[in-house]
Design a protein around this ligand. Structure first.
Ligand code: G3H
Ligand code: 13P
Ligand code: ZN
Length: 324
């Protein structure tokens, strides 16, 4: 299904739909199992990197298989959307529409404003002919290399959102309010340190900007990218078993919970799944150096991801029970 109905219900209900990236069978199995067990609608996201890694034809049929797998798990009416994450050209979006995706993102956020509108509009005009919904992005998510001042100036400008949404015709809008991609979302100098644990405490998201955007576009679906929380227990397991991820830090879950209760109706999580997977694999291989059957470490990794996804659905997004 596309995102239209999912988002309308999520905005009304004060929860957010999980958008989980997948690149392999174990991630997809874990997502579907977690969603079937919690009856949560879900957006399966495929990035360009995933297409290159796993082959787009295979991913598309895996997603189709996932619907049948969900039913087999006892989820009678699965609500699953297949979505292109961070499409950067019209051609890529078109190819995903033609290939049966139910939703695409055109990410023109690095383009000048008018070019972003023109590109988004072109994708919308094509996608809507096939009832495929389109996510756009306005404002630039901070990169870890940017300095604090540059990050602030890249927040989405609330005064632009009405014009952007109206002229582009997009169905949902990804905004920048302080999240960023990856496992190092804030530099140590942007954070304070908890004196007891020595861990970094990140600065809050710009909820004032979010509130301004909501005021300009009441009820319009808003999307948050870069919403992994970088659970410290996974970072600790990784570091204790041969890894090296100093000062990895994410968005605290209470902030995401707060965002999910507002117009934010899609929350993108990828890095946390990578961390869960890596922590479990490192642990098994460190404890059993003779192990060489991938099922023996990918299996525990899959179990850990199921736990993570269920936690996100129930404790953070509030989407459990919304797809009975
Ligand atoms: O937003 C980016 C997603 O986490 C996908 O990452 O391009 O490495 O697949 P990727
Ligand atoms: P994270 O890196 O925070 O998981 O963000 C994922 C994302 O935004 C995918 O589009
Ligand atoms: Zn993203």
């Amino acid at each position: 299904m596309n995102t239209r109905e999912m988002f309308a219900k999520a905005v009304d209900g004060g929860y957010a739909i999980p958008a989980f990236n997948f690149n392999n069978m174990e991630q997809l199995q874990a997502i579907i199992k977690a969603c079937a067990e919690t009856k949560s609608p879900v957006i399966l996201q495929v990035s360009s990197g995933a297409r290159k890694y796993a082959n787009q034809t295979l991913l598309r049929y895996m997603a189709e298989g996932a619907v049948e797998y969900a039913k087999e798990l006892g989820w009678e009416h699965p609500q699953i959307c297949l979505h292109l994450d961070h499409g950067d050209t019209f051609e890529l979006c078109k190819s995903c529409v033609d290939f049966g995706f139910s939703s695409v993102m055109i990410d023109g956020s690095s383009l000048p404003y008018e070019e972003n509108i023109a590109l988004t509009k072109k994708v919308v005009e094509y996608a809507h002919q096939y009832d495929v919904t389109v996510e756009a992005e306005l404002g630039v998510l901070a990169g870890v290399e940017d300095d604090v001042v540059a990050e602030e100036s890249h927040y989405t400008k609330p005064e632009e959102v009405i014009d952007f949404a109206t002229r582009s015709g997009c169905d949902s809008l990804a905004i920048s309010i302080g999240t960023s991609h990856g496992a190092y979302k804030f530099k140590p100098e942007q954070c304070t340190r908890d004196p007891q644990t020595g861990r970094l405490v990140p600065p809050p998201l710009a909820f004032d900007v979010l509130a301004e955007i909501e005021k300009k576009l009441p009820g319009f679906p808003i999307v948050l990218h870069g919403s992994s929380s970088v659970p410290q227990e996974y970072v600790d397991i990784i570091n204790a078993n041969g890894g090296n991820m100093p000062d990895a830090v994410g968005v605290p879950e209470d902030q995401l919970r707060k965002a999910a209760k507002s117009a934010v109706c899609k929350i993108n999580i990828d890095s946390d799944s990578r961390l869960a997977f890596t922590a479990a694999v490192r642990k098994v291989l460190a404890e059993k150096p003779g192990e060489f059957d991938p099922r023996k470490y990918c299996g525990p990794a899959r179990d850990e991801m199921v736990k993570l996804y269920k936690h996100k659905i129930i404790e953070v997004l509030g989407s459990d029970g919304k797809a009975e």
